[in-house]
Design a protein around this ligand. Structure first.
Ligand SMILES: [Zn+2]
Length: 136
């Protein structure tokens, strides 16, 4: 099984744990760091809708909590034709994306399309935090 296949399977597995009683739209995300570590997240909805957290947000939180700061590859999976990350999550991924970050968008059967971060979020807002203030 390739690294991408493993990332897809991790995203598909965590999607099953999503808490989405309001939308019934389950989403999973899996992130791979440059050293091969994988972190996952699923969407967690709330009766107060804006309190909900996207799958990507959960995965980024888990990655950062484990001490990592770089995403090399990501898979986002939903039961839709093209479950691309929402605008906020594009910004979340950009914050920690390596220059080579590829975001794969999948449905339950497999990867449907792959995007560079620049394709998902051209002319992104970013401070030059990584090169100036980063503590690794
Ligand atoms: Zn989102």
């Amino acid at each position: 099984m390739s690294d991408l296949d493993k990332l897809f399977e991790a995203a598909r597995a965590v999607r099953e744990k999503a808490y989405a009683p309001y939308s019934n739209f389950l989403v999973g995300a899996a992130l791979r760091t440059p050293d091969g570590s994988v972190f996952t997240g699923c969407n967690v909805e709330n009766a107060s809708y804006p309190v909900s957290v996207c799958a990507e947000g959960g995965a980024v939180g888990a990655m950062v909590a484990a001490g990592y700061r770089d995403i090399a590859e990501a898979v986002v999976i939903g039961d839709a034709a093209l479950c691309t990350p929402c605008g906020m999550c594009r910004q979340r991924l950009k914050e920690f994306g390596t220059d080579d970050l590829i975001v794969h968008v999948a449905d339950l059967n497999g990867i449907r399309r792959s995007f560079t971060m620049d394709e998902l979020l051209p002319a992104a807002f970013e401070l030059d935090y990584k090169s100036n203030n980063r503590k690794d």
